[in-house]
Design a protein around this ligand. Structure first.
Ligand SMILES: [Zn+2]
Length: 444
C-alpha cells in the first residue's frame, strides 16, 4: 500500500514536502546536540529520539555499554512473512576543530543559509539518520501494513571504531538488531549543477590499519655525522615504501564499479586516485617522529603508515611486502598483534540491491547505478561479518563539493535534496517491507 494511495501526485508531493520540512527541523535539532566523538555523549541524541518515539507511539530500546553513550533502537512490526530490514546510522560526529580548516558558520548551530543546512553531522550521519527516522515515522503514521519488521538504529561510537556501538550490540544484543538486510552509510547519490547523475551503492569496503616503521641508528653529536642516522634511515625507507605499488586485487564489486564508472571518469574530479584505491590496497605516511635537539643525531625515528586493505588481503603478507620494500639495516615494520583484515564485500545481484536500484531509477531516471567499494570504513563490515547483508547509501544527492564536507569544513546538506533523500529511503523501505504493492514505486 503506497503512502497515500489514491491521492493525486500533487498530494503525494505535498506530503513529501511536509516530511522534508519536518526532516530539516529535526536535523537542525540533532546538529545542535554536540556529540563530538571523543567523548561522544550520544545519549543526547537518544534522549531526543526517545521523546519523539514516545509521542509517536513507536516501540524503542536504549542500550549502552558506557554511560552517556546510548544506542537507540526502534522497531515497526511486520507480519513476519519476511525477515527484518535494519536502517542503521550513527549519532556521534567527528570533531570540527579549526585545525581541519575554518568553518564559515558555527558547526553546531544548524544554521540554514541559501537552502542548505550547515553543521557537523549534517551529512555524516545525522542527515542519514533523519532520512531513516522520517521513513519510520511516515510508515507508522500511515499504519502501512508490513511483511517485515523495520528496525531503526542510531548507534554510538562509529567514528572511533564502534566499540560501545555496533560491535557491542552484535556481541550482546544481537536479537535487537538482527536482520536479513541492512541499509546504512557509505554510498552516495551524486548531483552536478543540473542533474542527479549517479548512485554508488556501497557493497564492499576496505579496512584500515596502522603500521609502525621504526628506525634505529647511532646517536651522537651533530658535528661528527657517522652515517647511521635513524632519521635518514627512516626517510629512505619511506621513499621506497611510497614508491611501492601493492598488487592489484580485483573483486566482483570493484570490477563492476570500474566497468560502469570507468568511462565516466570525467565526473570524478579525483578519478585516478579513487580508481587506484579501489583496485589495490594502499599505504601512506600519516605521521613522523624523531629528534630531541638541533645538534643531536637522533638514535630513533618512527613513522605511522596508514594501510587500507582490500577484501581477501592478508595483513601479515602485506606488512612483509612493505618491510621488504623498506629493507635497510635498523628498520622494522610492524602492526598491532592480534588484528586481521576486516574488509568485506557482498553480492549485488540480490533482490534488496535490485529494490534499491529500482527506487533510485524511479526518482532519477538518468542516474547510473553502480555497486561501490568504499576505500573508507563503516559499520557495514561489522554487520556483514555477522551475516547481515549491509548496503550503504547516503540517500540525498550531493555534489562533489558537498561530499568534501564529510569530516571536512562547512559540512552541509541541501534541504531540497534532503527531502528527496527522505523520499528515496521511504520508497526503498516501502517496496521492500510493505505488505502490498511490493515491486512498485509509490512515485514521488
Ligand atoms: Zn559516518
Amino acid at each position: 500500500m503506497s503512502l497515500l494511495a489514491g491521492v493525486p501526485r500533487a498530494g503525494v508531493a505535498d506530503a513529501m514536502e511536509e516530511a522534508g520540512r519536518e526532516a530539516a527541523r529535526i536535523l537542525g535539532d540533532l546538529v545542535r546536540l554536540d556529540t563530538t566523538n571523543p567523548p561522544g555523549n550520544e545519549s543526547l541524541v537518544a534522549d531526543y529520539l526517545a521523546r519523539l518515539f514516545e509521542r509517536e507511539g513507536i516501540a524503542y530500546q536504549r542500550l549502552s555499554r558506557d554511560e552517556g553513550r546510548d544506542n537507540i533502537i526502534a522497531r515497526l512490526h511486520g507480519s513476519g512473512k519476511g525477515k527484518p530490514v535494519l536502517l542503521y546510522s550513527h549519532s556521534d560526529v567527528v570533531p570540527a576543530d579549526p585545525g581541519w580548516g575554518t568553518w564559515t558558520v558555527d558547526p553546531f548551530s544548524g544554521e540554514v543559509r541559501d537552502g542548505f543546512l550547515y553543521g557537523r553531522g549534517a551529512i555524516d550521519a545525522k542527515g542519514l539518520l533523519v532520512c531513516h527516522l522520517m521513513t519510520l515515522l511516515m510508515l507508522n503514521r500511515e499504519n502501512v501494513p508490513l511483511d517485515r519488521d523495520v528496525i531503526f538504529l542510531a548507534a554510538a561510537s562509529e567514528e572511533t571504531g564502534s566499540g560501545p556501538g555496533v560491535i557491542w550490540l552484535l556481541e550482546n544484543h544481537r536479537e535487537v538488531i538482527d536482520a536479513e538486510v541492512a541499509l546504512g552509510e557509505g554510498g552516495r547519490v551524486w548531483a552536478s549543477s543540473d542533474t542527479v547523475w549517479g548512485a554508488w551503492v556501497q557493497a564492499g569496503e576496505k579496512s584500515a590499519h596502522n603500521l609502525t616503521v621504526t628506525a634505529i641508528g647511532d646517536a651522537g653529536h651533530a658535528s661528527v655525522p657517522r652515517g647511521r642516522n635513524a632519521a635518514g634511515r627512516l626517510a629512505r625507507a619511506i621513499t621506497r615504501i611510497e614508491a611501492l605499488d601493492l598488487p592489484e586485487r580485483p573483486n566482483p564489486v570493484s570490477k563492476a564499479f570500474l566497468e560502469i564508472m570507468g568511462p565516466m571518469d570525467s565526473r570524478l574530479d579525483e578519478g585516478k586516485p579513487r580508481f587506484e584505491a579501489i583496485t589495490r590496497s594502499t599505504v601512506t605516511v600519516t605521521s613522523l617522529r624523531s629528534g630531541v635537539k638541533s645538534n643531536v643525531i637522533p638514535p630513533f625515528a618512527e613513522a605511522n603508515l596508514n594501510l587500507r586493505l582490500l577484501p581477501g588481503e592478508d595483513l601479515d603478507e602485506i606488512t612483509q611486502l612493505i618491510e621488504d620494500a623498506a629493507a635497510e639495516n635498523g628498520v622494522t615494520v610492524r602492526h598491532k598483534p592480534g588484528v586481521s583484515n576486516g574488509a568485506s564485500w557482498i553480492p549485488f545481484d540480490t533482490p534488496f540491491f535490485g529494490t534499491i536500484r529500482d527506487a533510485v531509477k524511479a526518482h532519477w531516471p538518468n542516474a547510473v547505478v553502480a555497486p561501490y567499494l568504499s576505500p573508507g570504513t563503516s559499520d557495514a563490515s561489522k554487520l556483514r561479518a555477522a551475516g547481515i547483508f549491509a548496503y550503504g547509501l547516503m540517500p540525498f544527492p550531493m555534489t562533489r563539493e558537498e561530499s568534501r564536507g564529510v569530516h571536512g569544513v562547512d559540512e552541509r546538506v541541501s534541504l531540497d535534496y534532503l527531502t528527496e533523500g527522505v523520499s528515496l529511503t521511504h520508497t526503498i523501505v516501502l517496496n521492500w517491507a510493505g505488505a502490498t504493492q511490493k515491486k512498485e514505486s509509490d512515485g514521488r
